[in-house]
Design a protein around this ligand. Structure first.
Ligand code: SAH
Length: 358
């Protein structure tokens, strides 16, 4: 009976030990999987046939099914919708930058309990925390695809579905695997964890991962607006959040990325740009403006994207006060590539189908 994922190193090492197989065989398997991108155990020529049979009997390579895969018209962005063995949908997005810098955005939960009003994933609530292998499989799948394109995966960001700090132990093990030279070999600063701001876990993250990059979904410079769009602000307000972020910069000397989604008439009033620079003044910050990506289902909230010229005005105000910022390019509009959009769309379709079947 197939028992565990090939990515479960503890189980794999135990299996080899149980069968009195010398430890160096682990390194050969690791090399075949992570460096040569071999997906079929039969093709691992460096190990003996009986070991290949043992792997086949005990391990699976990929549990996720590719439910849908789409590439944007300019070939730069690919979106993957995976189905777990328990029939949940999760997404990952691969962004190929012209510079050759490939970034994969991954999910850490199916759904999300944080309920931010503008986010499609929040509307799914929490379905489950992903186990380690489902996170690693997303990366493995994209890393192989990129390798087939004669390139390399360089960056991984936890900005897909879910709140990584709420699946902390699994996220931690995943980061160890991403940065393991014998596995994905990513540099620590090229792994980014994005959080809506769960303070105790940010403090723990600072202790555990002083080299890893941190992004904060801020989305408003004051508690009144932030509370109205991000329920987490009721528990950890901006003051508490900034204290934990100051601790992160003190300990790591690293710049923090602040995500600021631009929603028309909600958090884009120009006076808020003043509040924002005042909040970030003197702090090591990089603001990333994200034009709000409309998805079916938000029309009831009436959210629309801030016009480009207002985002630019907003940015100019920050520039004037030396706060570094960028406006994120929406290079994926044609494939529904914002957080949770595709999974939600599919779920709505399923619901529709179920309704018509009733
Ligand atoms: N829970 C984590 C990571 C997932 S969200 C966090 O909150 O940071 C990844 C980013 O996508 C967040 O900054 C989130 O606010 C943003 N996002 C969510 N829905 C969006 C939408 N409809 N349009 C644009 N950005 C969105």
């Amino acid at each position: 009976m197939i028992r565990f994922s090939i990515h479960n190193q503890t189980e794999l090492k135990a299996l080899l030990a149980e069968n009195k197989i010398p430890a160096f065989r682990y390194g050969q398997i690791e090399n075949a999987i992570y460096k040569n991108f071999i997906t079929n155990f039969d093709e691992i020529q460096t190990i003996p046939k009986d070991l290949r049979e043992l792997l086949k009997e005990n391990c699976f390579y990929q549990s996720l099914e590719v439910e849908h895969q789409a590439t944007s018209k300019n070939d730069q962005t690919s979106k993957f919708l995976f189905k777990t063995t328990d029939d949940l949908l999760i997404e990952a997005v691969l962004m190929r930058h012209l510079s050759g810098r490939n970034t994969l955005c991954i999910s850490c939960q199916a759904g999300c309990p944080m309920a931010c009003t503008f986010c499609a994933t929040g509307k799914l609530w929490l379905q489950k925390n992903l186990p380690l292998y489902e996170i690693i499989e997303q990366v493995m799948y994209a890393a192989k695809l990129v390798n087939d394109e004669w390139s390399r995966l360089r960056n991984v960001v936890f900005m897909g579905m879910g709140e990584p700090m709420l699946n902390y132990d699994v996220m931690k093990q995943a980061i160890y695997m991403f940065t393991d030279q014998k596995k994905f070999d990513l540099s620590n600063r090229r792994v980014t964890v994005s959080t809506c701001g769960i303070v105790p876990w940010i403090n723990k993250f600072t202790e555990d991962f002083p080299q890893t990059s941190l992004a904060i979904s801020l989305h408003a410079p004051n508690d009144e607006i932030r509370k109205s769009i991000m329920p987490v602000d009721h528990t950890y307000d901006i003051e508490a959040l900034m204290a934990s972020l100051d601790n992160y910069t003190d300990k790591t000397n690293k710049r923090i990325f602040y995500e600021y989604i631009m929603i028309n008439g909600v958090n884009d009033h120009l006076k808020l740009a003043d509040e924002l620079w005042k909040l970030l003044e003197g702090r090591l910050a990089h603001v990333n403006f994200i034009p709000y990506n409309a998805w079916e289902g938000t029309s009831s909230d009436g959210y629309t994207t801030t016009p480009r010229f207002i985002i630019e005005k907003f940015q100019k105000i920050l520039q004037k006060y030396w706060v570094v910022s960028t406006i994120r390019a929406t290079m994926w509009d044609d494939i529904d590539a914002a957080c949770g959009q595709l999974a939600r769309k599919k779920k709505d379709e399923q619901n529709e189908i179920e309704k018509t079947q009733d």
